[in-house]
Write a protein that binds this ligand. Sequence first.
Ligand code: FAD
Length: 382
Amino acid sequence: MMRTITVVGASLAGLSAARALRAQEFAGRIIVLGEETHEPYDRPPLSKEFLAGESPDISLLTTDDKLLDVDWRLGVSAVQLDPSDRSVVLSTGERVQSDGVVLATGARARTLPGRNVHTLRTLDDAIALRSAFASAGSVVVIGAGFIGAEVASTARKLGLDVTVVEALPVPMAGPLGAEMGRICGSLHAANGVRLITGVPVAEIADHLVRLADGIELRADVVVAGVGATPNVSWLAGSGLIIDGGVVTDAKCSTNIPQVVAVGDCASSFNDHAQTVLRQEHWTNALQQPRIAAATLMGRTSVHAARFAVPYFWSDQYGSRLQFAGHRQEGDQVEIVSGAADGPFTAVYRRESRPVAVLSRDEARVFGRWRRELTTVTEGVLS
Ligand code: FAD
């Protein structure tokens, strides 16, 4: 009998878990613990409209959410999980014992040594960076991944002189592959941003970035967009299997009964990819908690959310990139609609089977391919 469920992490995945539990008729007590003092807010606008100085509504709480009857505990961290009775120990020393635990602690920005280096993960980070941009003329962005590219794009929109430094030879080659990474990375030069690739940063000293080949870049603002680390160190000693993130099966179950993990902190078996993935994408943090709630509620049928294929979008220089599926080294990629210098859609194939799709500004073509990939997952699960 489930009386109390504790959700650790009060952001998109944590809120989605509370919503899913109520939608699946959990009538007991839900406690949501959150380290940040802010009510749940949306991160994608932080590198886009919000950073550009606009005032998007970033609150995630709807009027319906006020009826969820959740015991919100904000500004308090979980520091330990005791597996014997699923107690969560708080930074205040309090122990919260419950019948089920949802781990939704997300990730934090990786940092680089050096003074005055901005990162962008939280609302407070975004407020600080927005304020720095307001009086700046130039910025160096370290890392040409999605967050780095979006920060560069927004800085350019604000009229700043922007240089992006990427240690790898091709930006975004990990998720997109070298060919598509090169095509998407060309947006930087096309928008007047200098992109330096294949050279790691050797040192950052205040407003100076020194590269391994000796080049020195001076800028008013330095931003590191070098990825994120899952917030799992507080789980050390709990007995949970951690490999990148908290390891779960496709139902979000961890190796401790009635403890599930979701969102950016979870390394979960993915039915579409047929492998373990740690997805750091908004849509996963929204959908995965529905599966986790069904698991805690003891439902045995396959939850519809398991048919969803991995998906993310990124807005850069007025273009929208959308990606669905899972790419592996060795997959063949081909542009099936449009052209590399404008809107296009590219399909990735493995042994002639479509496994992923990437579009730039072709939402309808993308939508058709995404649905086709979903059908492939349905085939795997049925
Ligand atoms: P998080 O949002 O990281 O939330 C985890 C929460 O748990 C945090 O509030 C944290 O403080 C809290 N917490 C951590 N440890 C503890 C603890 N021990 N005790 C209590 N609380 C704890 N995705 C896309 O698909 N498209 C985009 O365009 C896009 N843009 C993005 C732009 C930015 C700037 C960022 C940062 C992310 C973006 N994302 C985007 C990714 C997306 O926002 C994340 O995948 C999503 O926020 C993950 O939600 P989450 O709840 O799993 O984790």
